[in-house]
Design a protein around this ligand. Structure first.
Ligand code: ZN
Length: 315
């Protein structure tokens, strides 16, 4: 296996994970989780979204969150849907913003209520506003591996949007599997093509686990040379209550697998598990993450952190 020595994780629980939750998580608890993540060694935190409070009431405290994060300990990112969001994010002291366009027309209209061309036309002002203030821009391509409305998404459509981002000054691009339609072969192809065409742009993969193979997709991406992933504390993401569960890769699960494989993430698994369990306590329902329940391999450590015994049921 050809694998990187180091992997960078971008934590998205506070934005992608919380955005669809109805019960408002108080700002102080969001900040408590961010502080715990940073203390565990996470260095990239997507902390919120500067979006209309009517559209996403859960994130209506975006400016207060950004004002309360432990500065200089990590890079703090916010998603912005438009120029207004970019202005608010810059004013709030955000280090880096994320803009999103879907690679399928139908999904872009559903998600952002604009055509892809309209979204691209809106990029200029957003990039200018951010870059002029010294705020970096990450371009995200939603449904990069398949669209629930359209089905397959041609590679050319994905890379046409990547090109628009890079041309305007994005140094990092996210290819997002928004509804869990990727598989390891598709991932290997997308990652290889990306690295061929955009060797100077940092590629970030964002996998949702709707169909249970997000970790297999991560492994395929690693083998194709990717070394940066979006993960979510406890695996939250999408709607956690319904059968269409759409969680992200759980940060502790990824940290566990990578560290067992000898790949450095810079993250302390024990502290991360404690943060995930605290998030579960705050949210009040069982989170999909696995390692936060099973603990590390060392049975004594697992017993101490997670309260699980070393016995098993026969097979
Ligand atoms: Zn997502």
């Amino acid at each position: 296996m050809k694998l990187p020595e180091k992997v960078m994780l971008r934590e998205v629980a506070l934005r992608d994970g919380l955005q669809s939750l109805e019960r408002f998580v108080p700002t102080a608890q969001k900040l408590e989780i961010i502080a715990a993540l940073v203390a565990a060694g996470i260095r990239q935190v997507e902390a919120t979204s500067f979006v209309s409070p009517r559209a996403v009431p859960q994130l209506r405290d975006a400016a207060a969150v950004m004002a309360g994060v432990p500065r200089d300990k990590a890079v703090y990112t916010a998603l912005v849907p438009n120029l207004r969001g970019a202005q608010d994010a810059v004013a709030a002291g955000t280090d880096e913003i994320v803009v999103v366009i879907s690679a399928s027309e139908a999904h872009n209209r559903e998600n952002i209520r604009r055509s892809i061309d309209e979204s691209i036309a809106g990029l200029d002002n957003v990039f200018e506003t951010a870059l002029a203030a010294g705020v970096r821009v990450i371009g995200s391509v939603a449904v990069s591996f398949g669209c629930p409305f359209q089905g397959d998404v041609p590679e050319a459509d994905v890379f046409a949007i990547v090109e628009q981002y890079v041309r305007r000054g994005a140094k990092s691009v996210i290819l997002a599997d928004t509804t869990g339609m990727a598989d390891p072969i598709r991932v290997e192809k997308r990652v290889s093509t990306f690295r061929e065409h955009f060797p100077d742009t940092r590629l970030i993969l964002h996998f949702h686990n709707n169909r249970g193979i997000a970790m297999a997709n991560l492994l395929a991406a690693l083998q194709a040379g990717a070394d940066c992933f979006d993960t979510s504390l406890g695996g939250i993401g999408g709607c956690p209550y319904v059968p269409r569960a759409a969680g992200n890769l759980a940060t502790a699960d990824v940290v566990f697998m990578l560290s067992e494989m000898g790949i450095d993430t810079g993250v302390d698994l024990e502290k991360l598990i404690a943060a995930a369990r605290r998030l579960e306590e705050i949210l009040g329902f069982t989170l999909p993450g696995q390692v936060m329940k099973s603990g590390p391999r060392d049975p004594r450590l697992a017993a101490r952190i997670c309260g699980v015994g070393g016995h098993h049921d026969g097979d």
